[in-house]
Design a protein around this ligand. Structure first.
Ligand code: ZN
Ligand code: ZN
Length: 300
């Protein structure tokens, strides 16, 4: 048995959201009110990722003044450029961008823009694939630049019933692309879209540099509420410690899966026999209200 990252790493978990909006683009609340909403809800870090478009003045909002010993802001933006198979514009989350990141040029397409963001030091995410029908073929043009796929976008779930991205994550994993996966709320504060999905990240400290590095390394899990305390991997089974759960699923290649169900389970062993041929697995913890927590993919 061996505990897997990030649970095996030193430090404590930091609660964070890496995709949200303010009045710097199409959000309803000004930056200071967005920050205080997350601080008040117990978050440890936040990136405000306003739409990086000409009509908003290509904002990378200056949020440094909201960082202090107990709360960390990371500069970010949601980048846009032509085009996917079915959408005029790509949506690309970039966290840890330099404030002087140059505006998009007319010649630049989504994958080129994502590569420029990664080269500038950003954590690059593929947001809400289900919301705008991003195809596996689209996503494969971006995998050299992207670190992570949104597995859950609370705003897209509340507003459109299209918040889930597991189909794209698992499709990429099945093609051998080792991306991580994150949840967010993409809150615009125009509906009940705040706080329904976030990440719990293990970093060396809460400095912006350490948080950004832990994001890129995938040292986090995603959740709508349930907590994952540990994932211990053996050859033939996996043990999960978590907040009280009704179901613990282990997903793998294609439709391969294994699971355990019960009442208020906090320590669960799930057989890996059905996943013997899968090169990867991921753990999903579901509580009695239907809320989920998702581990990052674990490669055998
Ligand atoms: Zn978007
Ligand atoms: Zn967004």
């Amino acid at each position: 048995m061996s505990s897997v990252a990030p649970f095996s790493l030193p430090g404590r978990f930091l609660r964070g959201n890496v995709h949200t909006h303010s009045t710097e683009s199409d959000g309803r609340l000004p930056v200071e009110e967005v920050v205080s909403a997350y601080r008040g809800a117990g978050y440890d870090f936040l990136s405000i990722t306003d739409h990086f478009l000409d009509r908003y003045g290509f904002p990378i909002t200056d949020t440094d003044r909201f960082s202090d010993a107990g709360f960390t802001m990371l500069p970010g933006a949601e980048l846009h450029a032509p085009r996917t198979e079915v959408s005029d514009l790509w949506h690309i989350v970039a966290v840890g961008l330099p404030r002087d990141f140059a505006p998009t040029t007319p010649e630049e397409d989504g994958p080129a823009l994502a590569r420029r963001a990664k080269a500038a030091g950003a954590f690059v995410g593929i947001p809400h694939p289900g919301w705008y029908s991003l195809s596996l073929a689209d996503a494969e043009t971006l995998v050299d630049a992207a670190h992570s796929v949104e597995i859950y976008n609370h705003g897209c779930q509340v507003m459109h019933d299209k918040g889930h991205g597991a189909y794209l994550l698992d499709g990429l994993l099945d093609k051998g692309h080792r991306l991580s996966t994150y949840a967010c709320d993409d809150a615009h504060f125009k509906a009940a879209d705040f706080g329904g999905g976030w990440i719990e990240l293990k970093a060396q400290s809460n400095s912006p540099e350490d948080i950004l590095e832990a994001l890129k390394q995938g040292q986090f899990y995603s959740t709508q509420g349930p907590r994952i305390d540990d994932i211990d991997l053996a050859v033939d089974h996996v043990e999960i410690r978590c907040s009280p759960a009704s179901r613990v699923l282990v997903a793998g290649q294609g439709y391969l899966m294994s699971h355990s169900s019960g009442i208020a389970m906090t320590r669960t062993s799930v057989s890996l026999a059905p996943l013997a041929t899968s090169p990867w697995l991921r753990v999903i913890v579901i509580d009695d209200t239907g809320r989920s927590a998702w581990s990052n993919p674990i490669w055998k």
